[in-house]
Design a protein around this ligand. Structure first.
Ligand SMILES: *Cc1c(COP(=O)(O)O)cnc(C)c1O
Length: 361
């Protein structure tokens, strides 16, 4: 299948010809994304947490807008050096549930498999920011064999979730080998990949990559996207080619202050996803990762946003709002909930109504 390619919109700020990913504050300065006076502080942030902004994303940033939602997600910020007491290096407790390198087995029927340690971009709010990055620790061939062996040896594993690091950063040949090995395990019914690549580096979604994902098993791609502006024409073409390859797509979003903590922004985002045949799956409450306090909202604010959407926006556009409980206790839906007091249910406008208890039979 030929991949449709659409041009990434250009804003002409001297980036033409400079198509490399921006990997340092000085590269961001040269590209006109940051001002020179921020350089020393941002160098300190970059020493702590990896930086990468793809050229397509850099061109989406409006440097005249100090509150630009794309810049806020990817351009390092001085506030990342402010670490609060409740923040943790491993905020959702991956480590405690890792029986061997590259596997996290928290729930009985599914595991995470983390074959890659790099991402196309480094989100400033990432909950794995301590472990992903160019200096990270990928699985070597023997470690990958051992991880796949663990899945083979545990018949209760029904689903394997490739995450990381971004699994679509793997070379198609390596990805094909992993998909093939997992597909050969009888008890594995579903393979799920969580990725940001289709929106942040759509040129990676090639016919060769799609061929690597071709399997008899059910394979899903879950796209991580936090703002409607991320869906450039090139990103839309990449998503379309994934769906046309027979791969269902779901969306996951992190609720982020100053990026999408607004009912109109979330409505536009979830409608954009559904209009691209991507079903919003989870809205994640931002995790307690180190140096990310400026991104977190309260849970009450997240519930109010979900309430604002319910009933006013298509049910297809409603993700489940979830919290990953620190310590590795798993994800739970955190509302809002519409059962008022006993026997009463609330409608989306806030009116309450009696609902009869189940009659004795
Ligand atoms: C998030 C997560 C999953 C997937 O959870 P779903 O609710 O099935 O999307 C599985 N394992 C671990 C360790 C996770 O953190």
């Amino acid at each position: 299948m030929a991949l449709e390619r659409a041009a990434i919109p250009r804003r002409g700020r001297g980036l033409e010809g400079a198509r490399a990913t921006l990997r340092s504050p000085s590269a961001l300065l040269d590209a006109g994304v940051i001002e020179a006076d921020r350089l020393p502080a941002l160098e300190r942030v970059a020493a702590e947490f990896a930086v990468a902004v793809t050229p397509g994303l850099a061109e989406l940033i409006d440097p005249a807008d100090p509150a630009d939602p794309i810049a806020r997600q990817f351009v390092p910020d001085e506030r990342e050096l402010e670490i609060s007491a409740e923040e943790q290096a491993d905020p959702i407790g991956d480590e405690a549930f890792s029986p061997l390198k590259g596997i996290v087995h928290r729930y009985p029927d599914r595991v995470l498999l983390k074959p890659a340690h790099v991402c196309p971009v480094y989100c400033r709010f990432c909950f794995r920011r301590e472990v992903v990055g160019p200096g990270g620790d990928a699985l070597d061939a023997a470690e990958l064999d051992a991880a796949i062996g663990y899945i083979r040896d545990h018949a209760e594993i029904w689903e394997v979730i490739l995450t990381g690091g971004d699994p679509l950063m793997l070379a198609p040949r390596r990805l094909a080998a992993i998909v093939e090995a997992l597909s050969a395990i009888e008890h594995v019914a579903v393979i799920r990949l969580h990725s940001r690549v289709p929106v942040v580096d759509p040129a990676r979604i090639t016919a060769e990559l799609l061929a690597a994902l071709d399997t008899e098993k059910a394979l899903y791609v879950v796209l991580h996207s936090n703002h409607a502006r991320e869906m450039t024409p090139a990103a839309a073409a990449a998503c379309r080619s994934i769906v046309r390859a027979g791969i269902p797509m779901l969306g996951q979003t992190v609720l982020l202050k100053g990026v999408n903590d607004d009912a109109a922004v979330l409505t536009e985002l979830f409608r954009m996803l559904v209009a691209h045949r991507i079903k919003p799956y989870y809205l994640h409450h931002a995790d307690l990762a180190r140096g990310t306090g400026h991104f977190r909202t309260s849970i009450e604010a997240g519930q109010a946003l979900m309430r604002a959407l319910r009933g006013r926006v298509s049910g297809l556009c409603q993700p489940t709002y979830v919290l990953d409980i620190p310590g590795g206790h798993g994800k739970v839906p955190i509302g809002p909930d519409y059962l008022a007091e006993a026997g009463m249910v609330e409608d989306y406008r806030g009116g309450t109504h009696a609902y009869p208890p189940k009659a004795e039979t």
